[in-house]
Design a protein around this ligand. Structure first.
Ligand code: CAA
Length: 257
């Protein structure tokens, strides 16, 4: 089964990408992220497409990177696989991308939403970086983008405790553009995409690039630093314990080594 469903002409000038691993709550494995990168590259080259919406399903946008895929990896495995280089390519998409988030947006799921240019959330959405409970830390931009979006103290609390934000809290904190009832979140995202699609595609492209420059100064350095520390977590016994505990559905016993 394809890990994503791509509908390039879902709406006039609007493409829709749906994450499609519902049983795993759209956990972002390597295959899904590679398919997402390839789809975005194709849509970016399609003149009929002016904006892109990425959605999950009502229960989950995405519950994070795939823990089962990473559980037994060493720090060197992680460094060599370098899964986040795919995310670097996704960031190069020139057309605007809107995340339509319902349900869980956790770990890599929250990071993927933040990698998009705007976020529309359903009232049921929850945002979080719960990696700390697995004996690791965010690795796909969470420590950098969340801190910029909601400020240091709130980001610190979320990253160090794994606590979630509700959709309303995320809206109040400036993490999401708008919160709407669950039955409307996709329509609202399509509407926002359509508003953008009515503008000059050239001006939109140049404007996105410019906003990103304001936002991305120092981001590259921060992302690189975070990534190295994320991979380093896989040298610890606590990472093995944290991920095994998740898979075995029990509480982890962290030892600090
Ligand atoms: N990776 C792999 N599988 C996952 C997953 C993930 N991130 N999240 C959920 N699943 C799987 C579960 O293992 C379960 O599979 P089985 O039916 O085979 O047991 C299935 O999806 C349904 O999940 P639950 O039974 O756990 O559903 P729930 O409603 O009880 O709980 C949840 C939902 C709170 C989201 C819980 O699944 C959860 O805590 N998931 C993990 C969240 C997380 O820690 N994310 C961070 C991952 S690491 C990361 O993302 C690193 C990074 O920075 C990129």
């Amino acid at each position: 089964m394809d890990s994503i469903l791509v509908r390039p002409h879902f709406h006039p000038h609007i493409a829709l990408i749906q994450l499609n691993r519902p049983k795993e709550l759209n956990a972002l494995n390597l295959q899904l992220m590679a398919q997402l990168r390839d789809a975005l590259r194709q849509l970016d080259a399609d003149d009929a497409v002016r904006a892109i919406v990425i959605a999950g399903n009502e229960r989950a946008f995405a519950a994070g990177a795939d823990i089962k895929e990473m559980a037994n990896k060493s720090a060197i495995d992680m460094f060599l696989i370098d899964q986040f280089s795919t995310w670097d390519q996704i960031r190069k998409t020139k057309k605007p991308i809107i995340a339509a988030v319902s349900g869980f947006a956790l770990g890599g799921g929250c990071e993927l939403a933040m990698t998009c240019d705007m976020i529309i959330a359903s009232e049921t959405a929850v945002f979080g970086q719960p990696e700390i409970k697995l004996g690791i830390m965010p690795g796909a931009g969470g420590t950098q983008r969340l801190t910029r979006a909601i400020g240091k103290v709130k980001a610190m609390e979320m990253v160090l405790t794994g606590k979630y934000l509700t959709a309303r809290e995320a809206e109040q904190s400036g993490l999401v553009n708008k919160v709407v009832p669950v039955e409307l979140y996709l329509d609202e995202a399509i509407q926002l995409a359509s508003d953008i699609a009515a503008m000059s595609p050239v001006a939109v492209r140049l404007a996105k690039e410019s906003v990103n420059l304001a936002y991305d100064s120092l981001l590259n350095e921060g992302l690189h630093f975070e990534r190295k520390n994320f991979y380093l977590c896989f040298a610890s016994q606590d990472q093995l314990e944290g991920m095994a505990a998740f898979i075995e559905k029990r509480q982890p016993q962290f030892k600090g080594k």
